[in-house]
Write a protein of this length. Structure first.
Length: 307
C-alpha cells in the first residue's frame, strides 16, 4: 500500500511538473528563412535569357547583374551611341556659346568706341568746326551700336538656353538607354546568396516562373505559426528553441516580432492527431546561429517559445 501511494504521488508530481512546463511555453511549427526573406527575380516579358552570370551558392552585391537577356547587346549599343551623342552635343553647344560670347565682346568694344566718338563731338558741339551733320552721324552711330549690343546680348542668352535644352535632351536619351540596359540585365537588389536558379539559356525571361530565388543568409530567422489562442502570450524578446530531425542539435533564438494578421496556417503538422487547418499568427525569431540553417532554407521545424 505504501508503495502504491508513493507511485501515485510520483505520478502526480510528474503530471504537475509537465503541466507547469507546458504553461511556461508555447509550441508552434515554423519554417527557416534568410533574414531578408526569399526574393524572387524575373525578367521582362517578351525577352529571352542569353547568358547566366552566376551559379547557385554565389554571393552577389546590390546592383550586380545575374543574367543577360537577348536585348542586352542592343541596349549596350544604344547606350554607347547616346553617351557619344551627349559628349558631342556638350562640345558643340559649348562652342556655340563661346562664339556668342566672343561676338558680344566685340560688339561691346564697338559700342564703347561709338560712345567715345559721340562724347567727343557732343563736348565740341558749340565749336564752329562741328557741323550738325557730324553730330547727327555720331549720335546715329552710338544708337546703332547700342541696339547691336542689346541684340548680341539677347543672342548670347538664347544660345545658352538652347544649349541647355539640347544637352538636357541628350542626357534624357542617355538616361533612357541606361534604363533599357538595366531592364535587359536582371540585377540583385540586395547583398544576397543565390539560392536557386531557374533561368535557362534560350528560355523566356518573363512569365510565371522566376529566374532566381535569392536571400541574405548572413542572418537566419524562423517564422513560427502560433495558434491564435496563444499569440497574445508571445512577445518580442522571448527566447525560443528550434528542433528538427534534420538539425544536429537544438538551436536557439529570440522573438523579434509578432504579426498583426490572423490567417490559415501554411505549415501542416505531421502529427495525425493535430488539426489540419487552424488560424495562426506569425512570430519571427532571429536565430543565434546561422549554421547549418543557411543550408536548409524552408526547413520545417518545431518551435518552443519560453514565456
Amino acid at each position: 500500500m505504501k508503495h502504491a501511494s508513493f507511485l501515485r504521488l510520483s505520478l502526480a508530481s510528474v503530471l504537475l511538473a509537465a503541466g507547469l512546463h507546458a504553461a511556461d511555453t508555447v509550441s508552434a511549427l515554423g519554417r527557416v528563412l534568410p533574414k531578408s526573406g526569399i526574393i524572387d527575380l524575373s525578367g521582362p516579358p517578351g525577352d529571352t535569357v542569353s547568358e547566366i552570370l552566376v551559379t547557385e551558392g554565389d554571393w552577389v552585391q546590390p546592383g550586380q547583374p545575374l543574367v543577360r537577356l537577348s536585348s542586352t547587346a542592343g541596349a549596350v549599343n544604344r547606350l554607347k551611341q547616346a553617351e557619344a551623342d551627349l559628349t558631342a552635343t556638350r562640345a558643340s553647344t559649348a562652342k556655340d556659346i563661346e562664339i556668342a560670347r566672343a561676338r558680344l565682346a566685340t560688339v561691346a568694344t564697338e559700342t564703347k568706341f561709338a560712345q567715345g566718338r559721340y562724347d567727343r563731338i557732343a563736348a565740341a558741339r558749340d565749336s564752329e568746326f562741328v557741323s550738325p551733320d557730324q553730330i547727327e552721324d555720331r549720335t546715329l552711330g552710338k544708337q546703332t551700336a547700342e541696339l547691336k549690343l542689346a541684340q548680341t546680348t539677347q543672342n548670347l542668352d538664347l544660345a545658352i538656353n538652347e544649349a541647355a535644352k539640347t544637352v538636357r535632351a541628350a542626357e534624357a536619351d542617355v538616361a533612357a538607354a541606361k534604363a533599357q540596359l538595366a531592364a535587359s540585365e536582371v540585377r540583385s537588389p540586395i547583398k544576397a546568396r543565390i539560392l536557386k536558379i531557374r533561368a535557362r539559356a534560350g528560355a523566356p525571361a518573363g512569365g510565371r516562373a522566376e529566374l532566381f530565388k535569392i536571400g541574405d543568409t548572413s542572418g537566419m530567422i524562423v517564422v513560427a505559426e502560433v495558434y491564435e489562442s496563444d499569440i497574445l502570450k508571445v512577445k518580442a524578446g522571448q527566447k525560443a528553441v528550434v528542433t528538427s530531425s534534420a538539425l544536429p542539435k537544438k538551436m536557439t533564438g529570440t522573438v523579434i516580432g509578432v504579426s498583426n494578421i490572423v490567417f490559415r496556417n501554411n505549415i501542416e503538422s505531421m502529427d495525425p492527431n493535430s488539426t489540419t487547418q487552424g488560424r495562426v499568427v506569425e512570430a519571427t525569431i532571429r536565430m543565434d546561429e546561422n549554421e547549418p540553417l543557411d543550408r536548409l532554407v524552408f526547413l520545417q521545424v518545431d518551435v518552443s517559445i519560453s514565456l
